[in-house]
Design a binder for this molecule. Structure first.
Ligand code: AHR
Length: 518
């Protein structure tokens, strides 16, 4: 009897220590070495004339009952300021290669068709001057994509002249007449968009010859703001544009250059046309989407290796200026408006991608999630006067301390989350020293079923105190709605500091950021 009891006790103890081993992961943050600065621009946004991304999402007009400043929604601006949006890419997207800027300036706006997105009328009431007003209200840099596909080079060159020249220049004088005497600051110019597809279906070589002319003639006349040129780059894993553009760059003359190469990659969980549901999905779809999104690591690594070949000094940034989840549109909405709900799964997806960009911060120096408001994986949803913040917004909010922070390497045995034949790392983590001197660690529990205890050790520094915030949700497809806007919102989490180590429990499918004072 005694033997049986002992055997049972030993078995129970072994089982419980196995469970403990499985449910506790040790993370080691090595503050004796530091990496590159995490460019704040990896938290950039993308706002296209698409659905209600601009009209209603940003622009309501000066006479609207919705509180606004010169036609731009105050609630949206305040929310975006709170996450310190560093840069906004505009006006597209596919829209950019059919955009004629002159229709969107001055007192009389000329409507056009938005052929790409729903075939609706584009009123052009939100044009160049409104965009810069918006960017300035938010405190973000401007990233303007010019029309390479359907306009002569002179059109883009003159747009840059309108935006950046002094008032001695006729186009600068026209801008002043439209209310802005000071030249605008164009921090980035996109030389086309998806020229391999909606931007004109160009072969890599044809695009390179167009791109060189734009890189030469789309000039910045404002000495107060250096401007970086971003060439069209790869579509996901296709390396043809990467090779062609970077090869051309390697042999470039004094007359032209580029500072960025764009990469577009969406998480669809099965390619296009999209079919995955934004809400009401099961664990299988959860696992499929997160596996797909983790493919960003391979994409960035592969394109970076090609870039290293032609640009070993890493002068050209890899700019992931369209990324995020793209699901089947919300039932009952115009499919051309790309409206979708945003859930806890998207919060996890956002954290995983940001972590990948941060780990490659020596090459990935800008990223722009698609898109900012009401479109695809949005930060904000609006319904007339109502506005809500999505789970993705909250991740960007929790990651603010990582903007311009110094990357610090992390070691962990991530464990495994398995669903069917899909196996993913169970936990993902990054660390950085913030500009405020604190150490920040972001911890993502991918597993939607099992909580996990994280025990963090710090090498080279002594933790004095620690606080934490976590974004968890009742279900992996929990979303914020206009009736219940705070279902998914960050909450403080208890972090125990013991012998200089920080111990925190991560809920299933959650994102947690801890701040360590040294
Ligand atoms: O973000 C929606 C669209 O996706 C963009 O307009 C285009 O560049 C991409 O195909």
């Amino acid at each position: 009897m005694k033997t049986i009891f002992l055997t049972t006790a030993v078995a129970l103890a072994a089982a419980s220590s196995l469970a403990q081993a499985e449910d506790r992961i040790t993370v080691s943050v090595d503050a004796t070495t530091s990496g590159a600065k995490i460019d704040r621009r990896i938290f950039g946004q993308f706002a296209e004339h698409l659905g209600s991304g601009i009209y209603e999402g940003i622009w309501v007009g000066k006479d609207s009952a919705i509180p606004n400043t010169r036609g731009i929604r105050n609630d949206v601006v305040a929310a975006l300021k709170a996450i310190k949006v560093p840069v906004v890419r505009w006006p597209g997207g596919c829209f950019a290669d059919e955009y004629h800027w002159r229709r969107g300036i001055g007192p009389e706006r000329k409507p056009s068709m938005n052929a790409n997105w729903g075939g609706v009328i584009e009123p052009n009431t939100f044009g160049t001057d409104e965009f810069f007003d918006f960017a300035n209200q938010v405190g973000a840099e401007a990233y303007v994509s010019v029309n390479v596909g359907s306009a002569p080079v002179s059109e883009a060159a003159e747009w840059l002249e309108y935006m950046t020249s002094s008032t001695g220049d006729a186009l600068g004088a026209e801008r002043a007449k439209n209310g802005h005497a000071e030249p605008y600051k164009v921090a980035f110019v996109g030389l086309g968009n998806e020229s391999w597809d909606c931007g004109g279906g160009m072969t890599p070589d044809f695009y390179v010859s167009q791109m060189k002319m734009h890189a030469r003639f789309d000039r910045n006349y404002n000495p107060a703001q250096p401007m970086q040129r971003v060439a069209v780059g790869p579509n996901g894993g296709d390396t043809a544009y990467t090779e062609a553009v970077m090869k051309a760059y390697q042999g470039h003359s004094w007359a032209w250059g580029i500072e960025g190469l764009s990469l577009h990659s969406y998480t669809t969980g099965g390619g296009f046309p999209v079919s995955q549901k934004a809400t009401g999905f099961g664990e299988k779809e959860y696992a499929v989407i997160l596996k797909d999104t983790l493919g960003m690591e391979d994409l960035v690594t592969r394109h970076s290796a090609i870039m290293d070949k032609y640009d070993p000094e890493k002068k050209v940034a890899l700019v992931v200026d369209e990324w995020g989840a793209w699901y089947a549109p919300t039932p009952g909405t115009d499919p051309g408006f790309l409206m979708q709900q945003n859930t806890q799964r998207d919060a996890v997806l956002a954290a995983l991608n940001i972590n990948i960009f941060a780990r490659h911060t020596d090459r990935v120096r800008m990223a722009n999630i698609a898109q900012m408001i009401n479109v695809l994986q949005a930060m904000i949803l609006t319904d007339k006067e109502k506005m809500l913040l999505t789970p993705t917004y909250h991740v960007f909010e929790m990651y603010v301390p990582f903007q311009d922070a110094t990357f610090i390497p992390v070691r962990l045995d991530a464990g495994t989350y398995t669903y069917g034949d899909i196996s993913l790392p169970r936990v993902d983590a990054i660390a950085a020293k913030g500009t405020d001197g604190k150490l920040y660690v972001s911890l993502t529990n991918i597993d939607p079923n099992r909580p996990v205890e994280i025990d963090t050790a710090f090498l080279g520094v002594k933790a004095k105190s620690v606080t934490g915030k976590t974004l968890a949700a009742p279900k992996m497809d929990s979303a914020n709605t206009f009736d219940a806007p705070n279902t998914v919102a960050p909450k403080p989490v208890t972090v125990k500091l013991k012998d200089g180590r920080a111990v925190v429990q991560l809920a299933p499918s959650s994102v947690t950021v801890i701040a360590i004072s040294l």
